[in-house]
Design a protein around this ligand. Structure first.
Ligand code: M6P
Ligand code: ZN
Length: 191
């Protein structure tokens, strides 16, 4: 598997193939199966049963060569596959930045959204191709595929922001996103 480049990094071009989400040159690829999202879905029985049966891939993240280190600006392409577990739409694990810094997402393909939660307030941003979602410092964020095709977006974030997954497991995410006969339904997240 490719690794991040070591600073100092020279200016360079990156090619993005939107249909596959591939970057060239590319850094590491992360694949998250349903079993990697332990504690994320509300319906624990549906989760355990689907993990035991097919344990599907829920999303993948292809990173560029730019490393997650201070002063660098890493980028990644996330593809969330269409689907749901107990009617709760496929999503990323969701995280808070331990070093509170902002991030931008840019929609490339498919339809989705971002749930944002700062511990008190909650927001939903619709993302589709050509749309930019801004994640301000201090807002935990989780992406959702709301459609029937893969949802892809570009993320650009400060290299020292970090990923705190425990914050979301402890404090929740504000909303949960469900499929109801092809329609998105947001419900309050109950801890
Ligand atoms: C985006 C960025 C990445 C993140 C990825 C998956 O690409 O925000 O930093 O890792 O989404 O999200 P998560 O880390 O919550 O699984
Ligand atoms: Zn982030």
């Amino acid at each position: 598997m490719s690794q991040y480049a070591k600073p100092p990094i020279q200016p360079f071009e990156i090619s993005l193939d939107i249909p596959t989400g591939a970057l060239s040159p590319a850094g590491p690829t992360l694949i998250r199966k349903l079993s990697d999202l332990e504690g994320c879905f509300e319906n624990k029985e549906a989760f355990q049963s689907e993990v035991a049966q097919t344990n599907p891939i829920v999303y993948q993240v292809i990173s560029s060569l730019v490393p997650e280190t201070a002063r660098e600006l890493p980028q990644s392409i996330t593809t969330i596959y269409p689907g749901s577990c107990g009617d709760e739409l496929y999503m990323t694990k969701g995280h808070q930045h331990p070093d509170p810094q902002g991030e931008i997402y840019y929609g490339l393909e498919g339809t989705g959204g971002i749930i944002l939660f700062d511990g008190k307030e909650k927001k939903w941003l619709d993302i589709s191709p050509g749309k930019i979602g801004y994640i301000p410092p201090g807002w935990a964020h989780r992406s959702i595929n709301t459609g029937s095709t893969p949802y892809k977006f570009l993320a650009v974030y400060p290299g020292s922001a970090g990923h705190d997954y425990g914050w979301v497991l402890a404090k929740g995410m504000g909303f949960r996103a469900f499929d109801s006969n092809g329609k998105l339904v947001l419900k309050d997240f109950v801890i």
